[in-house]
Design a protein around this ligand. Structure first.
Ligand code: NAD
Length: 296
């Protein structure tokens, strides 16, 4: 059994991005620019935003974080987004989720220009992904693809079972893996799936993104399967100073010995997401500048 750590994969991507960014800055005299919008003071969201800021600093990207009180109006956010869409120095725009209930997240995400949608959530990017066209791909599914590549996990002709049908993980990773080039046969399971065990235990590659701590146990898994665990869940742990620990959706301790390879939580897929956001910001910057040059 091999543990599929995210760190070496993310590090390799950062090294490539460092070189690519330096070349980009040299040839354009502009640093890629990421604008982040953070509403409220949720500690997890604030910590994700600060990780994104640090990654920008490491690579030499320019960035700005727009912080708003929990009670901010939708109009105010929409008006900021439209300014950022029109601002030629801004390459990527990200709205940190989740948003408070009074804000229409779908409407806000759809207001971001698809060319600057570095989270890959805009319907135009999601549609292009499904069609197999070039698009900005959401960061967690893209991170999973990079891990499969790095660890040379063959997907062609394999049966991939994806558990979870969220817009940010389940749907896009399923839609990516059946495209030409990845060539997997994909089954999607969700909360209303009957006989989940029966289906997951057919998987050559099992990708789980449900947010249910340790739900996947050995009887869900075929001997020799590869498991990608996207879940990040807090469970109480009186033995830890902070009172909890992080676990995945898969019961790693009991499942690992049945697999040929499995991602750990923490330290697996989660490590990839910010690296992929940086990748998307640089790609968005390059694409917009190339198009501007072609039009000039
Ligand atoms: P979500 O909460 O939006 O949706 C959960 C999905 O799981 C739904 O489609 C639901 O149908 C399915 N589901 C729930 N219970 C199920 C069950 N018992 N059997 C089968 N299907 C079930 O999901 P999300 O936003 O994709 O997040 C899933 C998990 O992945 C969470 O733990 C989240 O924290 C984590 N996550 C991690 C990253 C990362 O590593 N960077 C990114 C996004 C999400």
């Amino acid at each position: 059994m091999k543990t599929l750590w995210g760190k070496p994969v993310a590090e390799e991507i950062y090294l490539r991005l460092e070189e690519e960014t330096a070349r980009y800055i040299q040839s354009t005299n502009h640093a890629p620019y990421l604008a982040v919008i953070l509403v409220g003071s949720d500690p997890a969201s604030s910590s994700y935003v600060s990780m994104k800021e640090k990654a920008c600093d490491r690579l030499g990207f320019d960035h700005a974080t727009y912080r708003f009180d929990e009670s901010v109006s939708e109009e105010k956010l929409l008006s900021l987004l439209s300014k950022l869409n029109d601002d030629p120095k801004v390459d990527g725009i990200l709205v940190q989720l989740p948003l408070p209930d009074h804000l229409d997240a779908a409407k806000i995400l759809e207001t971001i220009s698809p060319l600057k949608d570095v989270d890959g959530f805009h319907p135009v990017n999601v549609g292009n992904l499904l069609l197999g066209n070039p698009s900005l791909v959401s960061c967690t599914p893209l991170g999973i693809l990079k891990m499969l590549e790095y660890y040379e996990i063959e997907t062609a002709g394999k049966h991939v079972v994806v558990v979870g049908r969220s817009n940010i993980v389940g749907k896009p990773i399923a839609a990516l893996l059946f495209q030409k080039g990845w060539d997997a046969t994909v089954t999607i399971c969700h909360s209303k799936t009957r006989n989940l065990r029966g289906i997951t235990s057919l998987a050559d590659i099992l990708i789980v993104a449900i947010g249910q701590p340790l739900l996947i146990t050995p009887d869900h898994v075929k001997e020799g399967a590869v498991i990608i665990d996207v879940g990040i869940n807090r469970i109480e742990d009186a033995g830890r100073a902070r009172g909890y620990r992080l676990v995945g959706d898969v019961d790693f301790e009991h499942v690992a010995s049945k697999t040929t390879a499995i991602t750990p939580v923490p330290g697996g897929v989660g490590v990839m997401t910010v690296a992929m956001l940086m990748n998307n910001t640089l790609q968005a910057a390059k694409k917009r500048r190339n198009e501007a040059e072609i039009l000039a």
